[in-house]
Write a protein that binds this ligand. Structure first.
Ligand code: NAD
Ligand code: TYD
Length: 351
């Protein structure tokens, strides 16, 4: 039986990944370690709370004592690290927490995994590990920085992150890579483009626009709205990570993208039209400082070497996502109370 530690599994992609893995693999045990920040919502996982293959632990990935106890108890062979502060706008306002969770937290996980998986834990020079173990770091295409009007991100590109968020993720990638180069730890890094789908916190572009549009609230588009993102339906991201766990070559980095480049304004107009509203809801607001102009993922490596392909078109994924938010307003209401509202007001008023 495979024993997985999933960190950040109460967030958007982590929760979708847990659902995906439990549905796909019978012989599996998943421990979800999540600090339940504003972005982590346990109610999302209520459908599987009685599944004997699944357990939840509230805790911080920086807590080495806790990590050690969990490795002892559950004998993990796979770690998938989703836990992160994930929102660029927040990283501009309050960068400190991004460095502690995204960098220090990742290194704490690496450190404990190395000790538990190494066949000679006290020998710093031993590069031999139990067979079948893997540390998968979930990263982002934002570590590459921004593109001009042509070209795509490939795995060999230098890292040129522009926001505190992407700089923290790039730093984590480098320390994960260093654990492979120095200690031989079996790792993979995946770098995906912007995800969308059910359970995404409504501070990110697509769920925020759906939420506001349903309530006839203004749709704040940063600058001219011609920034391009390369959209990936979350279920395709989950299947890609599963593929990398099974087939990824130790030490390799894999880009994950769905070949869906769209300017933000087009995405917003798609939502307006699907909900039968009017473009007058759009409000161009002050641009984000350091705003990356264009992301585009070249997914040739994962498609040709590991045989993964995205299954969702942007149209089908968006229809399903809009439908989900229309039918789950109670979820959105629940997660957007309290601290989030203060933050949102602050951000919006600043613009
Ligand atoms: P999210 O913000 O929805 O969820 C993050 C989760 O991590 C939350 O449940 C939160 O409670 C938890 N968490 C935060 N700090 C923690 C800590 N110190 N210890 C334990 N848990 C903690 O994020 P997401 O959108 O699901 O992103 C998941 C991962 O994918 C992140 O690493 C992110 O950088 C990466 N990523 C996301 C996207 C995207 O479009 N959402 C794109 C590329 C990469
Ligand atoms: P976001 O969902 O925050 O993801 P990221 O910054 O990681 O790409 O933003 C996606 C794009 O949408 C980005 O170009 C910023 C833009 N955007 C807006 O125009 N208005 C908004 O209210 C938000 C949240 C984002």
């Amino acid at each position: 039986m495979k024993s997985l530690l999933i960190t950040g599994g109460a967030g958007f992609i982590g929760s979708n990944f847990i659902f995906y893995m439990l549905a796909k693999h019978r012989d599996i045990r998943i421990v979800n370690l999540d600090a339940l920040t504003y972005a982590g919502n346990l109610s999302t996982l209520s459908p599987i709370s009685n599944d004997p293959r699944y357990s939840f632990v509230k805790g911080n990935i920086c807590d080495r004592t806790l990590l050690d106890a969990l490795f002892n108890k559950f004998q993990f062979d796979t770690v998938v690290n989703f836990a992160a502060e994930s929102h660029v706008d927040r990283s501009i306002v309050e960068p400190d927490i991004f460095l502690s969770t995204n960098i220090i937290g990742t290194q704490a996980l690496l450190h404990i995994a190395k000790r538990h998986w190494n066949i000679e834990p006290d020998n710093k020079y031993c590069r031999v590990y139990r067979s079948g173990v893997k540390f998968l770091q979930v990263s982002t295409d934002e570590v590459y920085g921004t593109l001009g009007s042509s070209g795509m991100f490939v795995e060999e590109m230098p890292l040129l992150p522009n926001s505190p968020y992407s700089a923290s993720k790039a730093s984590a990638d480098l320390i994960v890579r260093a654990y492979h180069e120095t200690y031989g730890l079996p790792i993979n890094i995946t770098r995906c483009s912007n995800n969308y789908g059910a359970f995404q916190f409504p501070e990110k572009l697509i769920p925020l626009m759906i939420h506001n549009c349903m309530l006839d609230k203004k749709l704040p588009v940063y600058g001219d709205g011609m920034q391009i993102r390369d959209w990936l339906y979350v279920e395709d991201h989950c299947s890609a990570i599963d593929t990398v766990i099974c087939k990824g070559i130790d030490g390799h980095i894999y880009n994950i993208g769905g070949n869906n480049e769209k300017p933000n304004i087009e995405v917003v107009k798609t939502i307006i039209s699907a909900l039968g509203k009017d473009n007058s809801l759009i409000e161009h607001v002050k641009d984000r400082p350091g705003h990356d102009r264009r992301y585009a993922i070249d997914n040739t490596k994962i498609t040709t070497q590991l045989g993964w392909t995205p299954e969702w078109t942007f149209e089908s994924g968006m229809a399903k996502t809009i439908d989900w938010y229309q039918n789950n307003q109670a979820w959105t209401d629940k997660v957007t109370s309290g601290e989030y509202l203060d933050y949102y007001e602050k951000m919006y008023l600043q613009n």
